[in-house]
Design a binder for this molecule. Structure first.
Ligand code: NG6
Ligand code: CA
Length: 509
């Protein structure tokens, strides 16, 4: 007796055998209600909506990123859960709000933040038969504290669901400046062990503050005055491991190459790739091929470098015949910033470019540009190209992709909005808590952004970013006033009260 489902399975198995025998790769499996396209999340670091030309607001041209929007859905209300890196990355991988875990920007020697016993996006997809990889920036901690970087690192991406990992340990401005492949520092030599400290320098090691003559590539404007690698001062101290220290100019090509190889090696089975580019995070040191190309200085050049790498990556999908069967998500971990601690002309060469588009604030901020980021999804043939104003958040990918691939996950902050993400529905999530620097939170619902009272400086002086703090209640109508110039909390007391209640309800849940 055959049911329709078992016949489907039989047909699929026969097709797999046939195509394998015929030497043709077959990477698409479809059952009645679910399917398993390859899934790639391309995740940039500190990129604003105004940095992506598809959003039509800035002066840069990003044709390759735009091509994802042209073939798919571009979200005008796409969010990370936070205005800084670690919290947003924690959320996209776990489906949890970052403030549940107290997630904040981690130092480079922090232990693994994600609980290996909990569900994660790659774990869920592994259960659905996917091969999983993270390539690029990690910044979610490694090990369990007191780490010896010269031994195998026992806790990291491979312990939370990734079959393959090739990562920078934390950020490109934090030590250690090494890549870690499946838990091992790449290129270490036994006779030159790597030592890392965030407490004190190693005797005799040069630092940015003491040895400015060694800063041949970039000097610091704020922080970033500890150990030096590749002529650039960093945060934290490191000694040894010289053969393993990265060269910033090569980083983009290296991650691209890894990402391309992963695709080619896994073209015949469903895969999930979290391709986490380091651009345009500081220090912005693109390959020579991109220097001077944007006219906006290193920040703009780094964005062009990222756009080029994304184009090459998409070409690899095309050449391996996987474009039609690959769902590509493009986004950023948080909003943009100009001076983030190095003298790199980001401010002086900005011209008329607007990294945050028409939004107020930026990275670190409670204002909308903190977590309101570029967000687009393509899946040729399955997604009808268009623009959606549905409210979508990165941490909903877990529940939504579980639905797509037929997996059950326990109730969490992650909501299933697959239809909105595939452009079949205009209805996204109802509300979203967003986290800024220091764990402060605000609430977005409908056209409103609500910020509860916070006491503190109105601006991060060095970064020149508005924090969004005010001792008053703030309510902005983002439809009428995306630049958030008019606090209408007093004009709309009922809405303000309703937003406060909704915000408190989520925070207390
Ligand atoms: C800040 C750093 C900044 C950047 C940020 C993390 C200073 C003065 N500033 O503390 O340069 O590294 O942390 O960025 O050190 S994130 O995108 O990874 O969240
Ligand atoms: Ca970031």
């Amino acid at each position: 007796m055959f049911t329709k489902k078992s016949l489907n399975k039989f047909f699929k198995l026969s097709l797999t055998l046939l195509t394998t025998l015929g030497g043709v790769s077959y990477s698409y499996a479809e059952t009645e209600n679910t399917s398993s396209p390859n899934i790639v999340i391309i995740y940039t670091d500190d990129l604003g909506i105004g940095d992506v030309s598809a959003y039509g607001m800035g002066k840069l041209s990003t044709p390759n990123i735009d091509s994802i929007a042209e073939q798919g859905i571009r979200f005008s209300n796409g969010y990370a859960t936070a205005a800084t890196c670690t919290p947003s990355r924690f959320s996209i991988l776990t489906g949890q709000y970052p403030w549940r875990k107290g997630a904040a920007i981690l130092p480079g020697d922090a232990p693994l933040l994600i609980d290996p016993s909990k569900i994660t996006l790659p774990k869920m997809l592994k259960k659905a038969g996917y091969r999983t990889a993270v390539i690029g920036k990690w910044h979610l901690g490694l090990g369990s504290g007191q780490m010896d970087w010269n031994e195998h690192i026992p806790l990291g991406p491979n312990e939370v669901g990734f079959d393959y990992s090739y990562i920078m340990a934390a950020t490109n401005d934090r030590v250690p400046n090494v890549y870690v492949k499946n838990g091992n520092v790449v290129g270490l030599e036994k006779n030159d062990p790597l030592q890392v400290s965030y407490q004190k320098n190693f005797p005799g090691e040069p630092t940015g503050i003491d040895n400015p003559e060694l800063l041949t590539k970039m000097s610091f404007s704020n922080g970033h005055y500890h150990s030096i690698n590749n002529g650039v001062p960093r945060i934290g101290y490191q000694k040894g491991g010289k053969s393993a220290q990265w060269i910033d100019e090569e980083m983009s090509d290296l991650f691209l190459n890894e990402a391309q190889n992963f695709v080619k090696a896994n073209k015949s089975k469903p895969f999930f790739l979290f391709y986490t580019l380091h651009q345009p995070h500081v220090p912005r040191i693109p390959n020579q091929r991109f220097v001077g190309k944007s006219g906006l200085g290193p920040r703009g050049d780094a964005i062009l470098e990222a756009d080029w790498a994304i184009g090459e990556f998409l070409t690899t999908l095309e050449q391996t015949g996987l474009t039609d069967n690959t769902l590509v998500v493009f986004s950023s971990d948080n909003g943009p910033v100009l001076d983030d601690g190095y003298h790199d002309d980001a401010v002086t060469k900005l011209g008329k470019h607007t990294p945050a588009g028409n939004l107020r604030g930026g990275k670190y901020s409670l204002f909308d540009a903190g977590a309101h980021i570029p967000f687009m999804i393509s899946w040729p043939g399955k997604i009808k190209p268009g623009v959606s104003d549905a409210l979508v958040s990165q941490h909903d990918l877990l529940a939504s992709l579980a639905n797509l691939t037929g997996q059950q996950i326990a109730a969490s902050d992650s909501q299933d909005h697959l239809d909105a993400l595939l452009g079949k529905s205009k209805q996204g999530r109802q509300g979203l808590v967003v986290q800024a620097l220091g764990g402060k939170t605000a609430y977005r619902e409908g056209n409103w952004l609500f910020i509860p009272p916070y006491w503190g400086d109105e601006k991060l002086a060095k970064e020149d970013v508005e924090t969004g703090y005010c001792s008053c209640y703030q309510l902005y109508d983002l439809n009428e006033d995306p630049g958030q110039m008019h606090n209408v909390a007093k004009e709309f007391p009922n809405e303000t009260k309703a937003m406060l209640t909704a915000y408190r309800t989520v925070m207390a849940s």
